[in-house]
Write a protein that binds this ligand. Structure first.
Ligand code: GTB
Length: 217
């Protein structure tokens, strides 16, 4: 059965592939699993039936037969667990890869999200300019350790895994700031992820959706 995911009908990211259907598309492409996409508007996301699939009224979701999932990390994990190619067969290596998946979303992403959210919603506050360097320093603290751990390796563990897929996805969110460039090996790590053929196919698919949404406007 071909799984169906949901994505923004009109992504606010301007086609940059920043919304969270992107890691799922990428995971599908890595394991050569075809998938369908149901596009939803912001309005539809906040109502049933979408709310039944995603309790917070967000994308992405995943449906396959009677299995319904939400949370992009959990969906990537499910794809990786049910196909070869994104998690090592060796039990310990697999557990390490899953640690990196969690690390991406629960250690690296939170300070990045704080910084992003402040940029969207707090820019006009009189304390924003004072707070911004502090938020950037919190990201730097995490990136410093991550950069040290990656060193001159290609991927976080021996081979590319779902851990790298999630980590690259999270790091892409700061691509437009100067932060990533401060860490040359992380900058190159993200570029390596984006150079994977599976990433390119996923990126092109989401860009097509964005271009179509522009035609409709
Ligand atoms: N923890 C959930 C997961 O990982 O699945 C978070 C899902 C989530 O944040 N979904 C966002 C959403 O549906 C879209 S991806 N937001 C609508 C809402 O909450 O009402 C986050 C996102 C949105 C936009 C950009 N952008 O414009 O650059 C980037 C990322």
């Amino acid at each position: 059965m071909i799984p169906t995911i949901t994505a923004f009908k009109a992504s606010p990211d301007g086609g940059k592939g920043m919304a969270r259907d992107m890691p799922i598309r990428w995971a599908f492409e890595e394991v050569n699993q075809p998938y369908n996409v149901r596009l939803v508007t912001f309005e539809e996301m906040k109502k049933t039936p979408h709310l039944t699939l995603q309790p917070f009224g967000q994308i992405p979701t995943y449906e396959e037969g009677n299995l319904e999932l939400f949370e992009s990390g959990a969906i990537v994990h499910h794809i990786a667990m049910t196909h070869r190619g994104l998690l090592p067969v060796d039990e310990q290596a697999r557990a390490r890869a899953v640690s990196w998946m969690f690390s991406a979303v629960s250690t690296i992403e939170p300070p990045i999200l704080d910084f992003e959210t402040a940029g969207y919603f707090e820019r006009d506050k009189d304390w924003y300019d004072e707070r911004k360097p502090m938020l950037k320093d919190r990201i730097r603290a995490r990136l410093t350790r991550l950069s040290q751990r990656l060193g001159n390796k290609e991927w976080l563990d021996d081979k590319f895994s779902a851990g790298d897929l999630m980590m690259v996805t999270v790091l892409r969110r700061i691509k437009n700031s100067d932060l990533l460039e401060e860490f040359q090996n992380l900058f190159e790590y993200v570029a390596r992820g984006e150079a994977r053929p599976a990433f390119s196919r996923a990126f092109a698919a989401q860009l097509d959706v964005f271009k179509d949404s522009q035609k409709e406007n």
